[in-house]
Every structure is written in C-alpha cells, then in structure tokens.
Write a protein that binds this ligand. Sequence first.
Ligand code: NCD
Ligand code: ZN
Length: 346
Amino acid sequence: MALNTITLLQPDDWHAHLRDGLALKRTAPDLARQFARAICMPNTVPPVKTVAEAIAYRERILAHVPEGIAFDPRMVLYLTDQTPVSEVKKIKDSAHVNAVKLYPAGATTNSDNGVSDIRKVYAVIEQLEEHQVPFLLHGEVTHSHVDIFDREKRFLDEVLAPLLKQFPKLKLVLEHITTSEAAHFVIEQDRNVAATITPQHLLFNRNDMLVGGIKPHFYCLPILKRQTHQQTLLEVATSSNPKFFLGTDSAPHSKDAKENACGCAGCYSAPTAIELYAQAFDQVGKIERLEGFASHFGADFYGLPRNTNSITLVKEPQVIPTSLDYLDGEKIIPLYAGQTIQWRKV
Ligand code: NCD
Ligand code: ZN
C-alpha cells in the first residue's frame, strides 16, 4: 500500500556548509528547521582548524538559530599539512567537536589550505584511529591530468585503499559519494567505513546538468555522474545498510557566483532537504526505508544518541521557491528551484 503520511524521528544532516558571518542568517535557520543536528563543514574563509575556533564558530551559528528551535551544531576541524597531532585528543575531550575533514588541496570550494599529500598527515591519522575520532573525506584526486568524472574512483584506488591498509580500524566517512565504485568499496569494508549521500546525487545525473544547455545550479563536486551511478546510489541508500546515511552537502553560493563564466560548485538544498530525500526514496518505492537513512544510521555511526522527537511528512505537492534571499541583497537559487516535489514536511 502506498504511504501518504510518514512519521520519522527527526533527521540529522551529517554534511552541511553554513558559511560564516551574514550567510548564517540564511543557512542556520534553514538547517535548524529541518534537522536536529548537523555536521558543520569547516571550509569557511578562513577555515576552522582548531577546537577553539570550532567552538567560537559554533557560537556564531547558534546566535542565528530562531527562538524556540533546538539545534545542535556538531563541529569538524579542517585538516592541513600543519595540524598538530595534539589536536586530536582535544577533539576527543570536546563536547561539541566530532570529526576531522580531509580536503585534498584544490579539490573543491575553499580547499586551498587542504592536504597536499595524505602521507604528510599520517601522524594525525594514527591518532584519529587510536581515539576513534571520525575522519571525513572529500574523496577525489586532484591531479590536473585526471578526468573530472574519474576523480572519485581514482581516489579509492590511489588514496583510500592504501590508507585503510595502513589504518584498518580508522573510523571513516567517504563524503557525498557519487559512483557505484565508491558504493561497492564502502560495502566491502568493515563497519568502521561509511558514506554520506546527497539529495542531488539521488535525484539527478549529468544529463540533468548538461543536456539542453548547461544548468549551473546542478554543478557540485564531486560532479554528477551518469545515470547508472545514480541508480546504484539509490539502491544502496534505500537498502537499509547502516553504512549509508544522510548528508546533504547543502552548500550556498550566490546566484551571481553560480551563473557565471566560472561558476562555483555547490547545490543549496537545506530548506527542503528531507522532502527531496523523500521524493527520491518514494520514486523507487522505498519511502519506508527513509527513517533509517535519515535518522538512525548517522547517529549510530558517530556514537551519538538518536533523536527522540519526530517529524511528519505528507505526500502533497510542494513548489520549491525560485530564489531565496542571501547576504545583503543577493539571491540563492535552491536545488530544484521552481519545480514541484511530491512531499511536504508539516
Ligand atoms: C562545497 C562548498 O561549496 O563548500 N561544494 C560542493 O560542490 N560540494 C564543498 C564540497 O563539499 O565539496
Ligand atoms: Zn561538502
């Protein structure tokens, strides 16, 4: 029987970009209205590199959460070639910081301070394994000669497999996976390896971005792949395998920065994220599998308690706004702007 109403524990977003300063006026309320907790990515300008900086950033986020809404930002440190080994113990002892993020230098938005060669940070990674602090990876190689559509697969072979050989107990999340190779890689590892999946990689493929004209609002990194990969991602996300959980990668860029001769990478999905996932799960007849993916598996992986309050989604058409206010007088075009989706959060 087709379900028209579902109630689920309030979901968490295990991968979100809130930016800083004025941007928080937009991003913090949008995220807090959907999720109980979010992993707040550290690729701000400048990046969040220490526990002390993460705590200060968390306070700036909390200052923009609307009255009466409970929201718990979970913080992450940006790994650089210079991150001191001693920072890992501080994370372990912190009530608010949960993980360390690897950006290969040059891989994506604000990754210039990222790691130039992962072997340079093996001493920090050893501590992450020792203290079981999650290591979050942007899984793409960055060599200019590697085709953009092959960068995730090459990362599995050239970086991730050797890394796990060296540190087999490392708690690791391969973020925003986009290929069947990444999905299968994750399935084949032990329980210490998991992955997040975005709404855009479940709902769209590279044809949506490139056929009939370039659609810059579908451009994100890792880039949308061909439809067969989209199908595998849908299969694993809806499989009730606890290794796969929700991470929107919601990443705001102003309309002008996206609709540009050199457009920025990132899709903004925060205001209707859970409905977009509901749409994807329902399209493959698996709406009843949404709760595990959205509300159980991420918390379990991070060793945090599951939420206790619930949300309800109804199957009713909802039009995604054509644009949203951002910064001082700028706009954001959200993912799927102006289109109708079939679910609405009440
Ligand atoms: C993200 C951003 O804009 O910060 N962009 C994106 O395309 N996903 C960075 C990232 O997660 O790669
Ligand atoms: Zn991201």
